[in-house]
Design a protein around this ligand. Structure first.
Ligand code: NDP
Ligand code: HEM
Length: 499
């Protein structure tokens, strides 16, 4: 088989890729050896900044097939019966850096880019239906507690529990995170949740509120903390291997897509605010409706180009799907594209993995690495309005007005909010074994933090359920007693060795 000739990046053939150009066999180097300089310079630029959160991830392509009929609620073409849409799904952990081990207790990201015929729809969710905070003002603070201490450069359980115990809205997500589902064996065996409330807009321009869910058809599988220690000792890449190899074997993982739909006028009807990201909509109030099947069936050819450079942004919605007043969602509409312009570059949306698979027309101009020229439809139309047949707005896509009211102020998001009722409903779902593992996982994570922080957190658990508080306290007491016995044994052994 003839092999292609190696060339410079400008296309000229290269005669020697083994030996640098030197003055005599012993050197020194000549600066005219541009191939050597270019190789070194390129290597220096092989990394882009890792995502500030969700840095470690695993991705695959697939399709969404719509098998149900929710056409009376939405005109979105991607959600019409029979439609098949290609997609990219990137899973991730949240706190770990790019090289973190996969089998860690952490929330899993579940970010989907649907390449719809009406533009990209990005649903950037998690494997949990709720989140730790409900006001985006606190997001950087919360993430600081998950990352490294500025001096020790270690992750700090004191910081985590200090913040969580001062933020009772975190209880629902904390309970989920330290339950069995907080340490999944891989990402084929997790659910995905859009988490926020979004809008669906019908053909007659009526708004409905919606939650999106993706239920694993593989079932749930998790590791205990002890099992995960063993697993990480043997491989740090278990999720990458599991997903990649399953798809190579032709075992394509599938999820059932479901929606919960709330009439617009119901939003004020409940004890919970339906736009509060720390709350679910109980299934009893809004039963899940099956919409379709999401399948992953193709591995990326190049991880860096197609997964590391993938850019998911909640701002990306399509006609028939819209936002809601959820404060967290509103902030995320800004934050992601800003991160992408910094992390990847101004024209990140033109990279093949991010580019829509439908015609694109806009008036953005020039900028670094602009390889696509003008996208307005006509060379003389580089501003708008113009008289030269450039792309124009289409009022058929206007959303119905969003009803909002109230004086602008900084309203306390804790006033009148019950942060205990839904964590209680979750706790009550757990059987005795699940509860005991929850207590143990929490005790392990809280062990060694200052007492006043532990007491503040235990008081919250007790408000969720007396058995919850008592269970974590007992597990902590047992750990303290076990530790004391262990220390006494070590001291006694050390004493014997010294005699
Ligand atoms: P339901 O009994 O109707 O629904 C329970 C939901 O909880 C199901 O979606 C189920 O997901 C999920 N679930 C079951 N066991 C666990 C577990 N061990 N860890 C995490 N999730 C689990 O009750 P409600 O709708 O009234 O909700 C009760 C509680 O369930 C909520 O407070 C919330 O904590 C949790 N939940 C609710 C969801 C919702 O959208 N209503 C979604 C997910 C969790 P699955 O079918 O995959 O087993
Ligand atoms: C990644 C911000 C809340 C899910 C990110 C990134 C930022 C960010 C800046 C990195 C993006 C990149 O570099 O490509 C925020 C802010 C939040 C918030 C400001 C709250 C105000 C949430 C919530 C969820 C979520 C509530 C889930 C429901 C994700 C996921 C990723 C991510 C899945 C990884 C996306 C990928 O795979 O590339 N977030 N986030 N985030 N976030 Fe958030």
């Amino acid at each position: 088989m003839t092999r292609p000739t190696l060339t410079t990046s400008a296309g000229a053939p290269i005669s020697d890729n083994q030996n640098s150009v030197t003055a005599g066999p012993r050197g020194p180097l000549l600066i005219q050896d541009y191939q050597l300089l270019e190789k070194l310079a390129h290597q220096n630029r092989e990394r882009i900044p890792e995502r500030t959160v969700h840095a470690k991830g695993w991705g695959a392509y697939g399709t969404l097939k719509i098998t149900g009929d929710i056409s009376k609620y939405t005109k979105a073409k991607v959600l019409q019966p029979g439609t098949e849409t290609p997609l990219l799904l990137r899973f991730s952990t949240v706190a770990g850096e790019l090289g973190a081990a996969d089998a860690e207790r952490d929330v899993r990201g579940f970010a989907i880019k649907f390449y719809t015929s009406e533009g990209n729809w990005d649903l950037v969710g998690n494997n949990t239906p709720v989140f730790f905070i409900r006001d985006p003002y606190k997001f950087p603070d919360f993430i600081h507690t998950q990352k490294r201490h500025p001096k020790t450069n270690l992750r700090s359980t004191t910081a985590m529990w200090d913040f969580w115990s001062l933020s009772p809205e975190s209880l629902h997500q904390v309970t989920t995170l330290f339950s069995d589902r907080g340490l999944p064996t891989d990402v084929r065996h997790i659910n995905g949740y859009g988490s926020h409330t979004f809008s669906l807009i019908s053909a007659d321009n009526k708004r409905y509120w919606v939650k999106f869910h993706f239920k694993t058809q593989q079932g749930h599988k998790h590791w205990t903390n002890e099992e995960a220690v063993e697993v990480v000792g043997k491989s740090r890449e278990t999720t990458q291997a599991d997903l990649f190899e399953a798809i190579e074997r032709g075992e394509f993982p599938k999820w059932t897509m479901q929606v919960q739909i709330m009439p617009e006028e119901d939003a004020d009807k409940h004890w919970y605010n339906p736009f509060d990201l720390t709350k679910v909509w109980p299934h009893g109030d809004y039963p899940p409706i099956d919409v379709g099947v999401l399948e992953l069936n193709r591995n990326p050819e190049n991880y860096f180009a197609e997964v590391e450079q993938a850019a998911f942004a909640p701002k990306n919605v399509v006609p028939g799907i819209g936002f809601s007043p959820d404060k967290m969602l509103q902030a995320r509409i800004f934050s992601y594209a800003d991160a992408h312009r910094y992390r990847i570059g101004t024209h990140y949306e033109h990279l093949p993995v991010n580019a829509p698979k439908c015609p694109v027309h806009h008036y953005h101009k020039d900028g670094a690495m602009n390889f696509f020229g003008q996208q307005t439809g006509n060379v003389d139309a580089y501003y708008e309005p113009n008289s030269f047949n450039g792309a124009v707005q289409d009022e058929r896509f206007a959303e119905p007005p969003l009803k909002i009211s109230g004086d602008a102020d900084r309203y306390s998001h804790r006033d009148g909010n019950d942060d205990y009722r839904q964590p209680r409903a979750l706790f009550e779902l757990f059987d005795a074994g699940q509860r005991q593992r929850l207590f143990n996982n929490l005790a392990e994570a809280m062990f060694g933090i200052p007492d006043f922080i532990a007491e503040r957190q235990l008081a919250h658990f007790t408000l969720v359920h007396p058995e919850y508080g008592a269970g974590v306290r007992a597990a902590l007491d047992k750990m303290t007693a076990d530790k004391a016995v262990e220390t006494a044994q070590q001291q006694s052994l050390a004493g014997q060795a010294a005699e």
